[in-house]
Ligand binder design. Structure first.
Ligand SMILES: Cc1cc2nc3c(=O)[nH]c(=O)nc-3n(C[C@H](O)[C@H](O)[C@H](O)COP(=O)(O)OP(=O)(O)OC[C@H]3O[C@@H](n4cnc5c(N)ncnc54)[C@H](O)[C@@H]3O)c2cc1C
Length: 278
C-alpha cells in the first residue's frame, strides 16, 4: 500500500466524515456488507480531501449495525481500496481557503471491495484510526506554527519598509506590540508541539499533549495572522501580499481535523480527571 503512495504513483483520500455524522464517528451510516469474498458498500461521505484526484480511498464503514454491537466503537471496519468512479460519485465543495486541495462530497453506490482490502480485523476500524489521530494533530499544529511564523516575518518586513508620518510604521509600539505578543505566544506553543512530537517519536502516550498542541497552535496562528494583517493596513486585504490567505488558512485549523470544543473536552477528561462530557 505504502510504496506506490511514497513514490507518488498513487494518491489516496481518507473518508470518515459523513453529512449527518461529524465528530460523533461511531454513528456513521456508510455500510459495508460482506457477500462472499467481497464487501458491497453504500453510503455518503463529505469534506473528503483530494477525492478528485485520488486513486485509493481509506474508508471507514460500518460492517455490523450499531444496534447489534454492545460498544458503539465496535463494528466499524477500515478498508484501503480502489476509488472506482463507476460506483463513486465525487462532487467538489467550494470553500473559503485551502484552494490547493479539493474538498468533496462522495456518494458511494454499490462499491465492491475485495475482502483482502480490509485492514486488520473486521469491526476494529475505529481503534485502528485512533493510532493516526495523534500524529495528525501534531502535524497540523506544526503547520499552524509555520503559517504563524510566515505571517509574522512578512509583517515585520513590511513594518520596517512602510514609511508613514516620516518613520517606518514598525517604529510605533502600537504596531510592534501585537506582533511581538503573537511571536512570544507562537514560540511558547511551539515548545508544546515539539514536546508532543518527542513523546510520539519515543513511543510514549501523547494524547493530551497532541490535543493541547493542536488547540494552542491553531489559536496562536489565528492571533499571529490577524496581527500581521493589521500591520499591513489596506494591503492586508489584498491577495498580492498573501497575509489574507494566511488568515484564512489559520482559521481552517481551528475547525479541522477536530474542533476546540472536542479538544478541551478531551483535555478536561484525560488531564484533569473530569467526567466525560460527550
Ligand atoms: C477543508 C476540510 C477538509 C477536510 N478533510 C477531511 C477528510 O479528508 N476526511 C474526512 O473524513 N473529513 C474531513 N474533514 C471533516 C473534518 O474533519 C470535520 O469537519 C471536523 O472534524 C469537524 O467536524 P464537523 O464539522 O462534522 O462537526 P459536528 O460534529 O457537526 O459539530 C458541529 C459543532 O458542534 C460542536 N459540538 C458537537 N458536539 C459537541 C459537544 N458535545 N460539546 C461541545 N461542542 C460540540 C463541534 O465542536 C463543532 O464546532 C474536512 C473538513 C474541512 C473543512
Amino acid at each position: 500500500m505504502l510504496s506506490p503512495l511514497i513514490a507518488g504513483d498513487e494518491k489516496a483520500c481518507f473518508a470518515v466524515t459523513e453529512p449527518t455524522t461529524g465528530l460523533d464517528t461511531t454513528k456513521l451510516k456508510t455500510m459495508a456488507v460482506r457477500q462472499g469474498d467481497r464487501y458491497i458498500v453504500h453510503g455518503q461521505k463529505v469534506w473528503i480531501s483530494t477525492a478528485q484526484v485520488a486513486h485509493k480511498m481509506l474508508l471507514l464503514a460500518r460492517t455490523t449495525p450499531l444496534e447489534d454491537v454492545t460498544n458503539p466503537t465496535e463494528g466499524l471496519s477500515l478498508f484501503y481500496t480502489d476509488l472506482d468512479r463507476d460506483f463513486v460519485d465525487v462532487r467538489e465543495i467550494e470553500k473559503m481557503g485551502r484552494k490547493a486541495v479539493d474538498s468533496n462530497e462522495v456518494f458511494i453506490d454499490g462499491l465492491p471491495i475485495p475482502a483482502e482490502d480490509l485492514i486488520g480485523e473486521e469491526g476494529k476500524g475505529f481503534r485502528q484510526i485512533l493510532y493516526g489521530l495523534n500524529p495528525e494533530r501534531i502535524l497540523v499544529a506544526g503547520e499552524c506554527i509555520g503559517i504563524a511564523r510566515n505571517a509574522l516575518t512578512r509583517a515585520a518586513q513590511y513594518a520596517n519598509e512602510r514609511v508613514v508620518f516620516n518613520r517606518p510604521i514598525g517604529q510605533n509600539q502600537g504596531v510592534q506590540h501585537p506582533l511581538a505578543r503573537a511571536w512570544a505566544r507562537v514560540e511558547a506553543v511551539n515548545l508544546m508541539v515539539m514536546h508532543a512530537a518527542a513523546l510520539y517519536d519515543s513511543g510514549e502516550a501523547c494524547g493530551v499533549e497532541a490535543n493541547a498542541a493542536k488547540l494552542l497552535a491553531a489559536d496562536a496562528a489565528v492571533e499571529a495572522t490577524e496581527a500581521a494583517q493589521m500591520a499591513f493596513g489596506r494591503f492586508g486585504y489584498a491577495k498580492e501580499y498573501h497575509v489574507e490567505r494566511l488568515v484564512r488558512e489559520a482559521l481552517l485549523f481551528r475547525i479541522v481535523p477536530v474542533t476546540p470544543q472536542m479538544l478541551l473536552s478531551f483535555i478536561a477528561e484525560k488531564a484533569l480527571g473530569l467526567p466525560k462530557s460527550y
